[in-house]
Design a protein around this ligand. Structure first.
Ligand SMILES: [Mn+2]
Length: 604
């Protein structure tokens, strides 16, 4: 198992690689040869996931920028890199501003930059695998004077000499004890859904949908469990799967035969669409690549836009999946609690750094013997670093733990039975009255959401205010969502539900797993976030819904100001801590058990 912080820097480590300036000039030669005036470089791959494999880090290759969101436009005499507010600082550090103008990221900014910087009639190339049809339509509408050209091959791939290969991680079967429903049954259900819409076949381009449908997982990426593939499901429940056969053991191959899944080479996907003579085909326009859509249109098939039919059933976990999520959280709770006890004992060591903390929590997770990997890179932010919401500690940014300040640790793991995501904020040394008040206001929001009962049909958007109310009353807020869906041994961020200021029509439904993670960040000083995962479950005999908290780890009592809390809120903390103690004590050593006893003793 790799060190969680050992991010492979494949781009700057090789001295033989061309410099950034050389890369740009080689790309520009290529633009000339192809009769293009510019090329679009998004930070995405054809699978639209949060994490991309090294071969798809084209934005990093051409710009040096390593953030998880960004977009470059390269034209003949200049180039621009568009990043959002999270990454302004990082981009300025990583990117040569002689080569790239740094710009704020939004579709409007990209199109207006194109409008200002290119002459009428300019030809702008793009890779149709990396954009959705609606994105390209937006460019055409906003920049009608240009021609947008879907290139046969990605120009970065053509100039990137040592581009890594596509990952070929082994496919593993997701056992029935974890999935709860056999793949044939899922395929029947999805097939009948598309039949209802009078559609012959549905194109699936999200690997997480396909992995859920076929009860498989993969090892292509570091933080998530998908295997990169495409599929078509037909209304008679047959499935055509496009995947690199190198990933398939004999067992997996015979499994696919047994469940009526026809396996094809990954590269054949687009060709097979050309041969596809179904009359009516469903796609999800939100995530299908432009190239797929174009290919289908050329075949004069009738294309129906609908939501990927796997997304909602995948989000509504069944009994086995929920049992798995509970057991994964017990295992993870043991690891996190061992970590918190260790930290409490060692945090006065002034040499301890953010990286030490991230390594330690990883070590405790590994000691469970069940760890499959982390579910995202650990966020370990001391003092002012805690105020950077998506802080990723590097050797350069690493700092020793600030004394008399706060440490924010947001981390999660993958186990066969489930996926976890937990944030704890702890005082290092003596917290100030302000630290305690801010923490308590965040906690009050967390509790208000945890205790909420709500009728069916309620959306996360409608509940969001519960988590913010006590901050708002003090003139405070936080600039991120309150909750995201979480997969079962799958993506740590999954839809369609969330809890957010932004409207989302998806109602919270029984079986969904979602995070409850309000926070508060004081720039330059400290950050606070309290995150537990919860299950949506029926309440009051099924008339209402409520949350069951999954995450098991103590909250730092030294940061709680009980005078600011109601008796119901205090009772919630005491009841939660009692449960944490009951569940975890039998699984930790005597020393940690006695620490846990004290860490979970009642407040009043
Ligand atoms: Mn989270």
């Amino acid at each position: 198992m790799k060190n969680p912080l050992a991010k492979k820097n494949i781009f700057t480590s090789k001295v033989t690689e061309p410099s950034m300036k050389e890369r740009l000039s080689i790309l520009r030669q290529r633009l000339d040869e192809d009769g293009l005036d510019g090329f679009l470089v998004p930070r995405s791959d054809e699978f639209k996931g949060e994490y991309v494999a090294p071969y798809a880090e084209r934005l990093t290759y051409i710009s040096g920028f390593t953030g998880s969101a960004g977009f470059a436009v390269i034209i003949k005499d200049k180039a621009a890199l568009f990043v959002d507010g999270r990454y302004t600082l990082q981009a300025a550090q990583q990117v040569d501003e002689e080569c790239f103008d740094l710009q704020a990221l939004s579709d409007n900014d990209i199109t207006s930059w194109l409008n200002i910087n290119l002459p009428e009639g300019a030809h702008i190339g793009f890779d149709g695998w990396l954009h959705s049809p609606s994105e390209i339509k937006n460019y055409i509408i906003k920049c009608p004077q240009f021609r947008f050209v879907d290139c046969t091959e990605n120009l970065i791939d053509l100039v990137w000499e040592n581009q890594p290969d596509r990952p070929a991680g082994e496919v593993i079967l997701h056992a029935i004890q974890y999935s709860g429903v056999v793949a044939e049954e899922k395929c029947q259900v999805i097939a009948s859904k598309i039949k209802e819409k009078q559609i012959e076949s549905m194109i699936l381009t999200l690997p997480d949908s396909i992995c859920w449908l076929l009860n498989i997982r993969g090892t292509d990426l570091e933080y998530t469990t998908i295997t990169q593939c495409f599929a078509v499901i037909h209304n008679d429940a047959r499935v055509d799967l496009y995947i690199d056969s190198k990933k398939l053991s004999n067992d997996v191959e015979s499994y696919f035969k047994d469940i009526n899944v026809a396996v094809h080479p990954f590269e054949d996907f687009i060709i097979s669409l050309a041969l596809f003579n179904a009359q009516s085909i469903g796609i999800d326009p939100r995530n299908v690549p432009y190239k797929v859509c174009k290919q289908l249109e050329q075949n004069s098939a009738t294309i129906h836009n609908l939501h990927d039919p796997c997304i909602l059933p995948k989000a509504k976990k069944n009994k086995a999946e929920l049992a798995g999520m509970r057991s994964a959280h017990l295992i993870d709770g043991i690891a996190v609690t061992n970590f918190l006890a260790w930290l409490d004992k060692n945090s006065s060591d002034t040499k301890l750094t953010e990286i030490d903390v991230a390594n330690k929590i990883y070590e405790f997770r590994q000691k469970t013997g069940k760890l499959r990997g982390l579910s995202f890179p650990t966020i370990s932010g001391s003092g002012p670093d805690g105020a950077i919401v998506h802080y990723f500690v590097t050797e350069q940014s690493n700092r020793q733990l600030d004394q008399n300040s706060l440490l924010l640790v947001d981390s999660g793991a993958q186990y066969f039975d489930g996926t976890t995501d937990i944030t704890r904020t702890v005082a290092i040394g003596e917290p100030s009255a302000e630290h305690r008040e801010s923490f308590t206001r965040v906690l009050k929001g967390h509790i208000a959401l945890a205790l909420a009962k709500f009728p069916e049909g309620t959306t996360g958007h409608q509940l969001d205010v519960l988590a913010r109310y006590h901050l708002w009353q003090a003139g405070l807020d936080y600039a991120h969502g309150t909750g995201h869906g979480v997969g079962a041994f799958m993506h740590v961020h999954e839809g369609p539900q969330n809890i957010s200021k932004a409207p989302n029509p998806t109602a919270l439904q029984a079986g969904m797993v979602i995070s409850n993670e309000p926070g508060y960040y004081k720039a330059g000083e400290y950050g606070i976030r309290i995150e537990n995962l919860v299950i949506v479950r029926p309440s009051d005999g099924g008339k209402m819904l409520e949350f069951e908290t999954l995450t098991l780890a103590p909250l730092d009592k030294s940061l709680i100001d009980a005078d600011l809390m109601t008796s119901d809120e205090i009772a919630w903390v005491n009841k939660y801590h009692e449960r944490v103690k009951q569940m975890l004590s039998p699984h930790v050593d005597i020393e940690t058990a006695s620490w846990l006893e004290q860490a979970t003793s009642t407040i009043s």
